[in-house]
Design a protein around this ligand. Structure first.
Ligand code: G3P
Ligand code: CA
Length: 245
């Protein structure tokens, strides 16, 4: 099967990351799916933003967890990127689910709960995915492996991915221990040997974050199962060229 192309935080090379604008562009560029980051607001709403503070990607400041969902809507999540995106807002996960539901796009939800605990984030995410009929085409990833186990307790049909950094020797062993179905490996750690060994043990490998054309070509040649990239259109063109031989 051809490698899947996931738009990292949406088509984030050309739109502000983790905004509806970036997700719409990813769809327009015919990415197979999107990757996004989720954490909770003060009033417990799952929202889509990478950092634990507003400082880098909005015109607000301070911790995400100190604002209600409604208060967060005051801030632009796009002005930092380009004045044309002044209107972009921090989306709720529900808004993204509603957008994806009528499409066939896949979804990777990264739970941002490694550095900061997020009470009941797993329950809320599982519930939203069910409500919008997205459970079958979603993979939940996290650097917090206990959180992956919690997802399985809530719904063992949901696929999870061991998201890791560095050169783990036997990532499949950790994945098995935490009942994860996929390995989301840093690009630098992806080799033909890692992929072969993972496949032998039944684990697909998705590489993150693969942006440069030579890197995309390299991991496609290694028969990676998917890439998470800021450049879905570039990745698709390279994949098509490879398919045509
Ligand atoms: O999905 C992998 C990647 O998104 C993890 O890193 O920092 O971009 O969330 P980060
Ligand atoms: Ca992420």
């Amino acid at each position: 099967m051809a490698p899947l192309i996931y738009a990292h935080r949406g088509a984030s090379a050309h739109c502000p990351e983790n905004t509806m604008e970036a997700f719409r562009l990813a769809r327009k560029q015919r990415a197979d799916g999107i990757e996004l980051d989720v954490q909770l607001t003060r009033d417990g709403e799952p929202v889509v933003i990478h950092d634990h503070t507003l400082n880098r990607t909005t015109d607000g400041s301070g911790p995400v967890s100190e604002y209600t969902c409604r208060e967060l809507q005051r801030f632009s999540a796009g002005a930092w990127f380009h004045p044309l995106f002044q209107q972009a807002r921090i989306p709720t996960l529900e808004e993204v689910c509603a957008y994806l539901a009528p499409t066939s796009m896949r979804l990777i939800v990264e739970l941002k709960n490694f550095f900061l605990p997020q009470a009941d984030l797993e329950e809320k995410v599982v519930e939203l995915l069910r409500a919008y009929g997205l459970s079958e085409r979603t993979i939940i990833s996290s650097f917090n492996f206990d959180s992956l186990l919690r997802i399985k307790e809530l719904d063992d049909r949901l696929a999870t991915a061991l998201l890791y950094v560095g050169n783990l020797q036997d990532p499949w062993e950790i994945a098995s221990r935490y009942q994860a179905q996929e390995l989301h490996a840093p690009r630098e750690a992806v080799t033909s040997s890692l992929i072969k060994k993972a496949h032998r043990r039944g684990f697909p490998v998705v590489a993150w974050t693969v942006n440069a054309a030579p890197h995309l070509r390299e991991v496609f040649a290694m028969k990676v199962d998917g890439v998470i990239t800021n450049y879905p259109l570039r990745a698709r063109k390279i994949r098509e060229k490879k398919r045509k031989g």
